[in-house]
Design a protein around this ligand. Structure first.
Ligand code: ADP
Ligand code: MG
Length: 689
């Protein structure tokens, strides 16, 4: 239950004085629905007005508040602005100008001879002083214009003054709350209380950056507490110890053409160690593209099967599910394990039969898209769930997994996107981490080049030579302003161009709008080598594995995020051949675009690229959640996350481990914090809490 002191903040905005249905709609456009959202709606800057009796040159360029008396209305031609000549108390003349207003309007609002309080920015126009579009207030008005006014993000129909009032009303409802930050942390940082910090952030009082730090810290503390609570909850459940006897993994290892890398062996020890415990594993496996995660997943799944349980591998797309299934069957085909594939596309009798086999325990390993966790799907004894490309799955899906087994299954999440530590703490902080930081030996580094798009003819000619020599290649088409239609159009017309140049039968096309079977057919032809060139939108971004493809061409590379470019580049360099990634760039590049492409050229280090991308484009870009609106932080920008998250993590841990958890005195305060930042799902999980 939400602490009652927060109720005024969680009330609808309509509860505030003077907020009717139309203002509710306006605010909704800014995602402001509750009083809390208003209190957290921070201004972008502060206007400081000079309140003066007389104007002079020194004030030009500044916002001013000044009493002026209109002396003459001058409506020029229909296209020229309305001009009101006015004079201040010291006899200084100034023109007030208004576009789109009539002389009639001026007569009512600015009658000649009646002094008004004028608010606006003083400019010079030729020899004259001028204020364009000032606010006109009566001299005896109850609320004179403030000399300092925060400037808020607005929406059509909402004035800044009105927004300021609403925020003030909202701030008045922020209750006094007990301090949740550890006293020594608070003392060291020198932060004010939460409420005072929030006000300082709105009013630009005192050291605003310190106030913003505190708010970001509070948000991160709530985030870390919630994650640690989820973690503690998982740990507290009774899982099932799964220890293998080697009867499947032994022969698999013996049959591999190469030894596992040291990093693969290390993470496998970590995973096996977790699975052998009586608590469910919750582990994130990070490894750059091509580091060999699939094999690690297979060995973990075989271990579960050895121990008598079933395993499931969840892939983000149909293409990947199919490919994983094919890979696993190829690697483990000779072993006595039954591996099946289930996607949303399977219907009718075949699907019924598969579900029956699964429920009866006749299937050991099930591979598929989220279809493998639909209601109708029943497992005989699910012991391990592997989630590939973890970052594409939300918390809800992760929780849903747990419901498919009588005993909570072990969960191994995998991601090929190296995630900077600050980000993995905030996003996956409830998990243990394993990192494969080594590639299989013998891989040649991918050579990356940047070429101007004008050299399309040369590029096409080189591509033709590459194909003639028996090589295969990818051609990835640009992101067109986030519109799938436009992306598809770009890929389609590029494919038509390349077919004309290189031959119809050598070029295939895949894009996100194609039907599944159509897509699969093209992918299968490419994997089999029947197609030499695959033209694609970013649907091929993750996981696709065709070792003979050693050339990757990315068009309009400057429009892609760095992490995404790195992913795309990872499609090549998977065999023993020398691989090239060609980044085609547009004619006009910004400084930062130039720098980003250069970074791609000079490094292959996924972690370094991810750090840089985090700084440049924020977490949504790396996690692929930018469009989904999953961006969870209001105050903690990437820079603050990086600076403050470790502190918040330690503080949260201290609270839970030393200070008695949510039941203790500080815990009661922290409970309010969790609700304030809407991380209460973490509290709900701790049923006892
Ligand atoms: P990831 O999923 O991490 O991007 P994959 O699992 O697809 O990487 O592995 C990439 C390629 O490397 C696959 O063709 C795989 O068979 C091969 N591979 C995996 N482990 C090793 C190893 N230890 N030595 C050599 N090749 C390996
Ligand atoms: Mg993979």
């Amino acid at each position: 239950m939400r602490p009652a002191i927060l109720n005024p903040l969680f009330a609808e905005v309509a509860a505030l004085k003077g907020v009717g249905p139309s203002q509710v709609r306006q605010l909704a456009r800014l995602k402001i629905g509750r009083v809390l959202d208003l209190a957290f709606h921070l201004p972008t800057m502060m206007i400081e007005r000079a309140a003066v009796e007389t104007l002079d040159e020194s004030l030009v360029g500044r916002p001013v508040i000044v009493p002026l008396t209109p002396a003459r209305h001058d409506r020029g031609g229909p296209r020229s602005p309305l001009r009101v000549a006015a004079v201040d108390r010291g006899g200084q003349w100034v023109d007030l100008t208004f576009f789109g207003q009539t002389a009639n309007w001026a007569q009512t609002r600015l009658p000649v001879g009646v002094e008004k309080r004028i608010v606006g920015k003083l400019d010079r126009y030729g020899q004259k002083l001028q204020i364009a579009h000032p606010d006109v207030l009566p001299m005896d008005g109850a609320a004179p214009a403030p000399t300092r006014e925060p400037v808020y993000p607005l929406t059509e129909g909402m004035t800044n003054r009105r927004m300021g009032q609403l925020v003030t009303d909202a701030l008045a409802r922020v209750p006094a709350m007990a301090e949740w930050i550890e006293p020594s942390v608070l003392a060291r940082a020198g932060w004010a209380a939460f409420g005072d910090s929030l006000i300082a952030a709105h009013r630009f009082e005192g050291a605003r950056s310190g106030a913003l730090d505190r708010l970001a810290y509070d948000e991160l503390l709530a985030n870390q507490l919630a994650l640690l609570l989820v973690r503690a909850d998982t740990r507290a459940r009774r899982g099932r110890a799964l220890a293998g006897d080697g009867r499947l993994v032994g022969p698999l290892r013996a049959g591999l053409p190469w030894p596992l890398t040291g990093a693969q062996e290390r993470v496998l020890r970590e995973i096996a160690g977790d699975m052998a415990q009586g608590q469910p594993m919750l582990r994130l496996l990070q490894g750059d593209v091509g580091s060999g995660k699939t094999l690690v997943a297979l060995i973990a799944m075989l271990t579960a099967v050895e121990a008598g349980a079933q395993a499931a591998l969840l892939a983000p797309t149909e293409i990947l599910a199919r490919q994983h299934h094919a890979t696993l069957v190829k690697l483990a085909g000779a072993l006595p394990v039954r591996i099946a594939l289930l996607t949303g596309r399977d219907k009718g009798k075949a699907r019924e039969a598969l579900l029956a086999d699964l429920a009866a325990g006749r299937i050991d390993i099930l591979v598929g898209t989220h279809a493998i966790f639909q209601d109708a799907v029943e497992y005989h004894d699910l012991g391990l769930v592997v989630v590939d490309e973890q970052h594409r799955f939300g918390v809800a899906q992760r929780l849903m997994l747990a419901e498919k087994a009588r005993v909570p299954p072990h969960v191994l999440a995998m991601t090929a996107t190296p995630i900077p530590r600050s980000l993995s703490l905030t996003r996956f902080g409830e998990m243990d981490q394993s990192i494969i930081d080594e590639r299989p030996p013998g891989r040649q580094p991918i050579e990356t080049r940047v070429t101007a798009a004008e050299r399309l003819d040369e590029v096409t000619a080189a591509l033709a030579r590459h194909l003639d020599g028996g090589g295969q290649a990818y051609w990835v088409c640009p992101l067109v302003d986030g519109s799938e239609d436009a992306d598809e159009a770009a890929a389609t017309s590029r494919a038509a161009f390349l077919k004309a140049r290189l031959g119809q039968s050598r070029v295939g096309l895949v894009h996100g709008r194609m039907k599944g079977p159509q897509k699969d057919a093209v992918m299968a032809d490419f994997a089999a080598g029947t197609l030499g060139l695959l033209v694609a939108t970013t649907v091929i971004e993750v996981g696709v594995d065709v070792p003979n493809a050693t050339l990757m061409i990315i068009e309009a590379a400057e429009r892609f995020g760095l992490a995404q470019l790195h992913q795309l580049r990872g499609r090549v360099g998977r065999g023993s051949g020398h691989s090239i990634c060609l980044l085609l760039r547009g004619a006009e590049l910004s400084e930062s675009a130039r720098a980003r492409l250069k970074l791609m050229r000079v490094t292959n280090d996924g972690f370094r690229i991810a750090e840089e991308d985090l700084k440049l484009r924020g977490p949504g870009e790396i996690l692929g959640t930018r469009q989904s609106g999953e961006e969870a932080f209001r105050f903690a920008d990437p820079e603050r996350v990086q600076r403050l998250v470790t502190m918040a993590r330690d503080d949260a841990r201290l609270l839970l481990e030393r200070d008695g958890g949510l039941a203790g005195a500080r815990g009661q305060a922290a409970r309010v914090l969790l609700y304030l930042f809407e991380r209460d799902a973490g509290v709900a999980l701790l049923r006892s809490g």
